[in-house]
Write a protein that binds this ligand. Structure first.
Ligand code: ATP
Ligand code: MG
Length: 430
């Protein structure tokens, strides 16, 4: 018999089908057995009547344990009470593989125990839902840029020089030379934008984050678009369209998963352009009004980000930052050269920063001076300077953290559950 996936079950109402999966849960009541079967695409309840099955098959059911693999056959009919809306009347069952003492039981486990068993925890309904949402978000990200004519141009993972903050670099031995795992593909995307106009890279990024926060992984995924002839206003427009599109796709295509996660989606339904935009100066003023002892010129920490986002029901974009708080490559504001044309997007619901971006400095002499001021090795940036030597144009780009975005959509407070196998300072297994 041909295999049917549970997610397609609605089109088989009234038919007999075969499902290949695993036993999620079982209970019995007299001569009835209720099996909850999962196949990776969904869950379905199979009901066995003693009189409908050969005796050895009925007896087999009582020996099945949680997560043993099984093949079941039976006819499908709609049933409002059943999880998923359909039920199978079991006519055949076969055991494929056993599962003795599956460690994750319906009782509560501590989170460390669960992450130690991440390879099995992936099968649990909430983890499963979060990672299916991850899959949707990844597709939405690619669709958004592909529909707008961006070229996907991935950046290298081995990089020769410390380009951004040197404190979070992972150093690796590269044939007796030093190399670093990438912290951002931005500089390469700037080269890409000059070649293709609109590009994006999307891949893993590495930062030796020594702080133990719920927002920081040491290996996370970042998507980084870069666009030639785009200024800061254009970048903010692109950012709000992008975020709105991702949210809309998750709401449209992952309703079941969001329900499994018990996510209150009303807050997400509101995420539509335009998003509020405030300057750093306004953000500073807001913090002072909220009695924060916040020094003008500092970067925002998690408490400051929370306090600002509380004042808005959509993501808020904070732009025009004191240059001292930002990276060397940001262009300065013409009217107020002490400000960098940077933009951070802070998501609501205490998620924190999800996007960091800027208009880039495009003048050769100025960027050369900034590289020197920041004490960066000139020889490592020679190729980057070429981009200002040959046909330099205004250009802008941003980086979005995939896991923080998924954490926000799922409403999971710690982003370790938004990636299949999280990497953190104290966690590299499994
Ligand atoms: P933070 O201040 O929160 O550490 P950042 O200023 O270092 O963030 P950027 O360098 O601007 O962040 O990186 C762009 C985006 O990448 C961030 O907005 C965030 O969504 C994501 N990001 C940065 N660091 C991490 C991390 N360690 N784990 C997961 N996502 C991250
Ligand atoms: Mg950081």
């Amino acid at each position: 018999m041909k295999q049917t996936y549970i997610e397609d079950i609605a089109s088989h109402d009234g038919e007999a089908v075969e499902i290949r999966g695993w036993l999620y849960n079982a209970r019995s009541s007299g001569k009835l057995r209720f099996l909850l079967v999962r196949d990776g695409t969904g869950l379905i309840q199979a009901v066995a009547f003693k009189k409908d099955l050969p005796e050895e098959m009925f007896n087999l059911i009582d020996q099945l344990t949680q997560e043993c693999s099984i093949i079941v056959r039976g006819s499908i009919h709609a049933d409002q009470r059943a999880p998923g809306g359909y039920e199978m009347s079991l006519q055949y069952i076969e055991k494929v593989g056993g599962a003795v003492d599956y460690p994750i039981t319906p009782k509560e486990h501590g989170v460390n125990f669960l992450i130690d068993h991440r390879h099995l925890w992936l099968r649990s309904s909430k983890q499963h839902a979060a990672l299916r949402i991850r899959h949707e978000v990844v597709s939405a990200i690619r669709d958004f840029f592909n529909q707008r004519g961006f070229i996907n141009l991935d950046a290298p993972i081995f990089t020769p020089a410390a380009c951004e903050g040197t404190t979070t670099l992972f150093e690796v031995d590269y044939f007796n030379d030093k190399a670093y795992l990438t912290q951002s593909g931005q500089l390469y995307m700037e080269a890409g934008a000059m070649a293709f106009g609109k590009v994006y890279c999307f891949g893993p990024t590495f930062r030796a984050e020594k702080s133990k926060t719920r927002r920081h992984l040491t290996e996370f995924w970042m998507v980084e678009p870069e666009v030639a002839y785009m200024d800061l206003d254009g970048l903010m427009e692109l950012s709000e369209d992008f975020i709105s599109y991702i949210i809309e796709r998750a709401l449209e295509n992952r309703k079941e998963e969001l329900k499994t996660l018990e996510r209150d989606t009303s807050k997400l339904e509101n995420i539509k352009p335009p998003f509020p935009r405030i300057t750093y100066d306004e953000a500073h003023k807001l913090l002072i009004e909220k009695n924060f002892n916040f020094r003008y010129g500092d970067d925002l920490g998690a408490p400051e980000e929370s306090a600002i986002s509380e004042s808005f029901d959509k993501p808020v974009m904070i732009h025009r930052w004191p240059a001292e708080a930002k990276a060397f490559y940001m262009k300065r504001d013409e009217d107020r050269p002490e400000l960098a044309l940077g933009m951070d997007m802070i998501a609501p619901e205490d998620v924190g920063e999800i996007i960091g971006g800027s208009q880039r400095e495009d003048d050769y002499d100025i960027i050369l001076q900034r590289i020197k001021e920041h004490g960066l090795p000139l020889e490592a940036f020679d190729w980057y300077l070429d981009l200002r030597r040959y046909g330099s144009v205004p250009h802008s780009g941003f980086g979005l953290g995939l896991e923080r975005t998924i954490g926000w959509i799922c409403g999971t407070p710690h982003i370790r559950e938004t990636i299949p196998f999280p990497r953190m300072m104290y966690r590299i297994r499994p």
